[in-house]
Design a protein around this ligand. Structure first.
Ligand code: MN
Length: 286
């Protein structure tokens, strides 16, 4: 399979100043990856020209992901909050487009964080309407929008692939896909195989995050990797696979706390990334 292999920016850096961007992009290329996924929680803060030059210099592609917050939650019933969320998403889309990327994903449909109640009917409708409009805005630039299915402590809207496929069906846009993440699947799904098959059957398997059960080094937790990669092979998945890992060694001002990263699962980013790259190649080639 000729999958593009990506790495999440927070394997390297918690911010995107020039020195951080230089280190993240150069290290991504050095560790043998094809793509870097930018944590675009504050998309308007990125220096697009500087980032584009770095990507070109190192021959890398970029994707972007973000989660919304209390003030930009598009699954809110407060119209002003929903509007603020739509502006944030428009900024993120502009970032991806201006970097020549073709993918924007993550928890773009709700807050990234713990809720204390289920999503309301109107909140869910606001979310679907927002994502449909975002997909429409993205389509002329060839950008695909992905809804990342996350565990119950990080969203109350899409915890399973079944929920995501129903949501996508209602939004009904051609460039809208399900974004699977093994870390979340391991918490919420009944197997590591069935969600892959279900998303594929629906024609919506579009992007994958590989993360270990403790979000640390691949192959040192409890994820059923053989089952997962066998499912990818079974459906002939040819899309991007991005390695995602978090440690208190690299701190992002808002993402680290939203994801509850309280301890160091690793210290050496390059060692971690090279190891993950080898792990992914070994599973994809076997
Ligand atoms: Mn993820």
């Amino acid at each position: 399979m000729g999958n593009a292999i990506g790495v999440h920016g927070m394997v390297w850096v918690g911010g995107w100043s020039r020195p951080e961007a230089e280190r993240a992009v150069a290290s991504t290329a050095e560790a043998g990856y094809d793509l870097i996924e930018l944590p675009a929680l504050d998309p308007a803060s990125f220096d697009v020209d500087m980032t584009a030059r770095l990507l070109e210099k190192h021959g890398l592609a970029a994707a972007a992901s973000l989660g919304l917050d209390d003030h930009t939650d598009v699954s809110s019933t407060d119209d002003a909050v929903v509007r603020a969320g739509r502006r944030r998403l428009a900024d993120a889309l502009a970032l991806v487009r201006d970097l020549g990327g073709d993918y924007l994903g993550g928890v773009v449909y709700s807050k990234l964080g713990r809720y204390d109640r289920p999503v309301s009917e109107r909140g869910r409708a606001n979310s679907i309407e927002t994502i449909a409009a975002l997909a429409d805005e993205a389509r002329p630039s060839g950008v695909t929008v992905g809804v990342e299915i996350c565990n119950r402590y990080e969203t109350n809207v899409l915890n399973t692939v079944e929920q995501a496929l129903a949501f996508i069906d209602e939004a009904d846009r051609p460039n809208l896909v399900a974004h699977l993440d093994t870390y979340h699947m391991n918490i919420e799904e009944s197997s590591m195989r069935e969600p892959v098959l279900a998303a594929h059957r629906a024609g919506r398997l579009g992007y994958i995050h590989v993360g270990e059960s403790h979000r640390g080094r691949l192959g040192t937790g409890t994820i059923a990797w053989r089952e997962f990669f066998a499912a990818l092979a079974e459906v002939g998945y040819g899309g991007t696979i991005t390695f995602e890992s978090f440690s208190s060694e690299v701190v992002h001002p808002s993402l680290s706390s939203a994801l509850a990263i309280w301890r160091d699962t690793w210290r050496d980013s390059m060692d971690l990334a090279r190891d993950a790259r080898g792990f992914l190649r070994a599973h994809l080639d076997s």
